[in-house]
Design a protein around this ligand. Structure first.
Ligand code: PLP
Length: 425
């Protein structure tokens, strides 16, 4: 792409953008002066779709009018409610509907998956994880290892970037997996790293893990709704993700789980509850547990309908936009932002996210050496909502559903002015 830094050019790109009308479907937070914020934090909390309020009100109304009978008589009966989300969610993550369920929250699901897929036996007891994995994932892994009476210092193997590098090299991931061989029980990676924005090829990693007789799972918190995932074809064993980041389902909303269909009828050990029991006989309440074939068997409780209503509302927007079209815009929009940031040409500033669009989603992580949090605070004071990671990284995610090329332009202008002010001040 030959980008230009003219504002007119950004306006033109917005005009040509086939998805431009989707911005209107979201509430964009406002600054004190009434202008819209430059919201680049959809990797942390996605914005509220305008239609979500009505979706929640529908359930509140049905609860008001029907009480418990809403399980059958609500406009969208609560009994099978989670099923209404399945097909759209399966499309977002590239899975078969029988492989996807919305339930619980991310870290809870990670634990439930490890109960089934991390079963250390003899010397096959190691878990491979990124050294800079999201803290919750590490806590989950360490506590699972301890739960089996083992020592995390021995059993948790961290993938580290090469000296002087931030992102992992694929060949190093492969080499580490092969070196562990029959000591490897589970590979668990964030498929898009939350810190660097690096996207890992799930198909390759799954094949490397499986070749050693290990199981492979992914935390897709930063991948779901960002990158068109192909969970089924990647052949990984399981994946988990949340819905409040790129999937715009509201703070603390429920998580998604994928279990590959080859495990559908397997008798894996699993923590069980009544919502995983065969639907026809669930309410007999007496018989022994009979699992629903597929990932629904991992469900424990009847789900919170209000949260599900928000997810469903958001998934309808994804169905309309389509992951492929979103991806096309994301490549262009992130590339444009990268161009603008690089053009600032500050010697202390570098983008640590991979340059190759195939190895990233829409997030760019900008490292500003010698900056302290003041730079971030100064751009925030001017209406930019981004996020700061110690010691020196600003993460920005231009989200194709609601961010514009003019957002990218405004952000880069503010960043440039504040960096210059800093180095002259
Ligand atoms: C956002 C995020 C989490 C948060 O977990 P919750 O259980 O939803 O609080 C965990 N892991 C990763 C990789 C994340 O990006």
């Amino acid at each position: 792409m030959n980008y230009s830094s003219d504002l007119e050019y950004a306006k033109q790109l917005d005009q040509e953008d086939p998805l431009r009308s989707f911005r209107e479907k979201f509430h964009i937070p406002k600054q004190a002066n009434g202008d819209s914020c430059i919201y680049l934090c959809g990797n942390s909390l996605g914005l509220q779709p305008k239609q979500t309020k009505e979706a929640l009100e529908q359930e509140l109304t049905d609860w008001k009018n029907y009480g418990v009978e809403g399980h059958f008589h609500a406009k969208n009966p609560w009994m099978p409610y989670h099923e209404f989300l399945t097909e759209a969610m399966a499309k977002v993550v590239g899975a078969k509907p029988s492989e996807v369920v919305v339930m619980n929250t991310l870290t809870v699901n990670l634990h439930l998956m490890m109960v089934s897929f991390y079963r250390p036996q003899g010397k096959r007891n190691k878990i491979v994880i990124e050294a800079d994995a999201f803290p919750s994932d590490k806590y989950a892994v360490e506590s699972q290892i301890r739960f089996h009476g083992l020592d995390p210092a021995e059993c948790m193997v961290e993938l580290k970037a090469r000296a002087g590098e931030v992102c992992l090299q694929e060949e190093d991931i492969q080499a580490q997996i092969e070196a562990l061989g029959d000591e490897l029980a589970l590979v668990l990676l964030g498929n898009t790293n939350y810190y660097t924005g690096q996207y890992y090829d799930m198909k390759k990693i799954s094949a490397w893990g499986h070749a050693q007789g290990a199981l492979v799972g992914f935390d897709c918190a930063h991948g779901a709704g960002n990158y068109p995932l192909e969970l089924h074809d990647s052949a990984c064993d399981f994946a988990v993700w949340c819905t409040y980041k790129y999937l715009n389902a509201g703070p603390g909303s429920l998580g998604g789980v994928f279990v590959h269909e080859r495990h559908a009828t397997a008798t894996l050990p699993r923590f069980e509850g009544w919502w995983g029991h065969k639907k026809e006989t669930r309410f007999k309440m007496r018989d022994a547990f009979e699992p629903i074939p597929g990932v629904e068997a991992w469900q424990l409780s009847n789900p919170p309908i209000l949260s599900m209503a928000a997810i469903w509302s958001s998934l309808k927007i994804f169905e309309e936009a389509g992951m492929q079209r979103l991806r096309e815009k994301a490549i262009k929009l992130t590339g444009y932002l990268e161009f603008l940031v690089n053009k600032i040409g500050d010697a202390h500033m570098q983008i640590i996210t991979p340059k190759n669009p195939e190895h990233r989603g829409c997030q760019l992580s900008i490292q500003v050496k010698n900056a302290d949090k003041t730079l971030y605070e100064n751009i925030s004071a001017r209406g930019v909502i981004a996020d700061w990671r110690e010691p020196d990284v600003i993460r920005v995610a231009p989200v194709p559903l609601y961010n514009s090329f003019q957002d990218a332009h405004s952000f880069a202008r503010i960043l440039e002015e504040e960096i210059k002010r800093m180095s002259h001040g």
